[in-house]
Write a protein that binds this ligand. Structure first.
Ligand code: ATP
Ligand code: MG
Length: 708
């Protein structure tokens, strides 16, 4: 199903143009090369030369293809892309063509499962060929440049790949070594043994490595459900009201809690469930982001918990328990058992829906039932239909269905639950700065964080409790925030608060999910800034989408990524990124070459459309030209055009700096003059002049040492 961005009608997936208004449905742009943080799995067979001697070449070929097939299947099951087989090594990438927030964990799970799969096939290989394969594996995460997947060219390059290969070479037989960046992303879900840092070829510093002992969790980021819930009073009230009504009217209702990742949906629902658990039966079903047979997984969760099925039960034992749970409804029991994979029977969907309805009705027979379906943005369309149909027509049944979903849900299913009478959507907005501050206090056990730091974290986290937690744990990890007695001290200055890798994974996955046209808009906006102008995006946009920017911006607004700010800048509509972190994530995906180009062209656009306000915009113009110059010089020696760019940037910044100087604003003057000087070659006389002015500004501020 795809939604027409022009008229909003639903169209079947294979339509190329909208069947209602004729607008092209597919993205007009091909995917571009991007910078991405991916996770690489590198695995190699040990002693394969001996293997070649022991086996006939035909047998060797059979052994190897058995091995590769098995490894590929495991990797692909977790969403990895097998990039290449080099000799007897396997390299797979997690994050191509599309990023997922949990790519690192998927990679580590796949690596662990590859070891298990190998043990399994070894039994067979030993019987048939008399050989046993031994492998070792390295897993590492890092930024790479990824090619355009649609052209089949997926060349992945970058230091992260080399390190993964080196970790693999350093791994003991049958073991998995994980690099530091991967470990940071998965550590709550794994058990590891820290190794001595490894001296690796081609690396000046030894590299930290961890040996994987076990994977135990399914979530990469642990949620803190113990600390008290801050705020959310009104939303909790709405949930309690809905519950009261369901119990009173004995009619089912659906409440959907919508919000960004980490804003606190699960937390709020958890709080609500604990309030009603005395008066109602409470069951959970979680939607999984990937895996086989996941369509009815959440139903399976509910049935397994309610019938008391454990992992040790055989399929028959489990079936008996389902039959007991639905003792009055043997037909429904059969269909439920089949849906959750306990039997091989297959039934029409309608029958499964009916059976689910009977199950829920029977569970709500004695007291109200609250069903929590978690993360339904990952639910299969069929499962969403099951929810709608099972509840939509349930009768005399006090069932409250509470669903949590990220905003993506409404992108694919704008009419979700609307057919059900009294259904309610609650959008969870970020917490206020004051509330986010209280979360910090709780997490740090009441100890005082320096006020400045507290402010920086709450600002950077933009009201998302999960981000608050991740910022803190990043600072603690990096040794920048350290406990000293009753209080926390900051060891090093925190001039820069980088985005925690976990948060970055969440946000870049969101941007990676956009189609190429939308992404092109977000990227151009990200170069312009937190606020950006429609006309400027049109200027920077590639030809095929130039006349669609308006509707693309509308899409992005619906997707909760940007919002119209209601302001106008030289007659241009202004939009804002909803979160600075979204802007940052989009920006960091751009190739440096593209950043340089967009910064420069934006400056030119600004010079043109705001000619009358040049003076006021001097600093902004200088900034964009400076960035363009910077990225060009990072990519290699500058050509004359690059130097000219530096000179233009310097001229703008110098002019702004001198004006600040004459206003007596010495901090601004020294900043601007220093940047201007840095943009010019050593031999440039203007550079010397700027340095003199800079020294004067610094002297005025009493910074004698720097002035020297
Ligand atoms: N109101 C709150 N007060 C205190 N802590 C909170 C609050 N809301 C959320 N948290 C904490 O923030 C973290 C993220 O919250 P939660 O898991 O509920 O997010 P979510 O919206 O369900 O995210 P996702 O979309 O990833 O499922 C958790 O550790 C949670 O305990
Ligand atoms: Mg959640």
């Amino acid at each position: 199903m795809q939604i027409c961005r022009s008229c909003g009608e639903e169209n079947p997936a294979k339509f190329r143009v909208c069947g209602f208004c004729g607008t092209p449905l597919a993205a007009a742009l091909p995917a571009q090369e991007v910078r991405k943080t991916v996770t690489i799995v590198f695995s190699d067979l040990k002693g394969s030369t001996d293997l070649g001697e022991a086996l006939d070449s035909e047998a060797l070929r059979e052994v190897m293809s058995r091995y590769f097939d098995e490894m590929r299947a495991v990797l692909e099951r977790h969403g990895g892309t097998v990039e290449k087989f080099i000799g007897d090594a396997v390299m797979a990438v997690f994050g191509l063509p599309r990023l997922h927030e949990d790519d690192a964990l998927r990679a580590v799970r796949a690596a662990a499962e590859m070891q298990q799969a190998l043990e399994r096939i070894n039994v067979e290989l030993e019987q048939r060929y008399g050989v046993v394969l031994v492998n070792r594996t390295g897993v590492n995460t890092g930024e790479v440049v990824a090619g355009d997947p649609t052209t089949g060219q997926r060349l992945v390059t970058g230091d992260a790949v080399n390190v993964a290969a080196r970790l693999e070479q350093a791994a003991p037989e049958t073991q998995i070594l994980i690099g530091e960046p991967t470990y940071r992303l998965v550590r709550d879900a794994v058990v590891v043994e820290e190794m001595e840092p490894l001296p690796l070829k081609g690396k000046s510093e030894p590299v930290a490595a961890y040996r994987l002992v076990a994977v135990r969790g399914s979530e990469a980021i642990t949620r803190h459900l113990d600390a008290p819930m801050i705020g959310r009073g009104p939303e909790l009230g709405q949930l309690l009201d809905a519950f009261g009504e369901v119990a009173r009217l004995r009619k089912p209702r659906v409440v959907t809690i919508l919000g960004d990742a980490g804003v606190g949906k699960s937390r709020l629902i958890g709080e609500f469930l604990s309030r009603v658990s005395k008066q109602a039966g409470v069951v959970h079903g979680r939607c999984l982001s990937y895996g086989e047979g996941i369509t009815f997984w959440p139903l399976g969760d509910i049935v397994r918990a309610s019938a008391g099925i454990t992992d040790d039960d055989s399929a028959e034992q489990a079936y008996t328990k389902v039959a007991a749970l639905l003792a009055q409804e043997p037909l429904a029991a059969e269909r439920i058992a089949a849906a959750i994979g306990l039997t091989a029977a297959s039934y029409e969907l309608n029958e499964t829906f009916w059976a689910a309805r009977r199950l829920f009705e029977s569970m709500a027979g004695e007291r109200p039932l609250v069903i929590h379906f978690e993360d339904i943005h990952w639910a299969e369309p069929t499962f969403l239909e099951l929810i709608e149909q099972a509840v939509g027509i349930a009768e005399d049944a006090p069932i409250l269905i509470v669903c949590s979903a990220r905003h993506d849900l409404l992108e694919t299913r704008p009419t979700w639950a609307q057919s059900i009478e009294g259904s309610l959507r609650i959008t969870l907005e970020p917490l206020s700065g004051e509330e986010a501050g209280r979360i910090i206090d709780h997490l740090l056990g009441g100890a005082d964080l320096p006020a400045e730091m507290r402010r920086r974290i709450t600002e950077a986290a933009e009201g998302h409790p999960l981000y608050v937690e991740q910022f803190l744990s990043m600072l603690i990890d990096e040794g920048r925030l350290r406990r000293a007695g009753d209080t926390w001290v900051l060891d090093r200055s925190v001039e820069e608060l980088a985005m925690p890798p976990t948060v970055s994974a969440l946000l870049t996955a969101r941007i990676d999910g956009l189609d190429a046209d939308e992404r092109a808009v977000v990227e151009r906006g990200s170069v312009i800034g937190q606020a950006f102008y429609r006309g400027a995006v049109e200027e920077l946009a590639p030809e095929p989408i130039r006349d669609q920017i308006g509707s693309l911006l509308l899409d992005l607004t619906t997707k909760h990524l940007v919002r119209p700010s209601g302001e106008f800048f030289v007659n241009e509509e202004t939009f804002r990124f909803r979160h600075a972190l979204i802007r940052d994530a989009a920006y960091s995906g751009l190739l440096k070459r593209a950043r340089a180009d967009f910064h420069e062209r934006f400056a030119e656009w600004l010079e043109r459309v705001a000619a009358a306000r040049q003076l006021e915009l001097e600093e902004i113009l200088g900034y964009h030209l400076e960035q363009a110059h910077r990225y060009r010089s990072e990519l290699g020696p500058l050509d004359p055009e690059g130097h000219a760019l530096g000179a233009r940037a310097a001229q703008r910044l110098a002019a702004a700096g001198r004006r600040a100087f004459s206003r007596g604003d010495m901090p601004a003057a020294s900043n601007l003059l220093g940047r201007a000087a840095a943009l010019l070659p050593e031999t440039n006389p203007e550079r010397l002049a700027l340095q003199c002015d800079l020294a004067e500004a610094l002297l005025d501020m009493g910074e004698l040492a720097r002035a020297e």
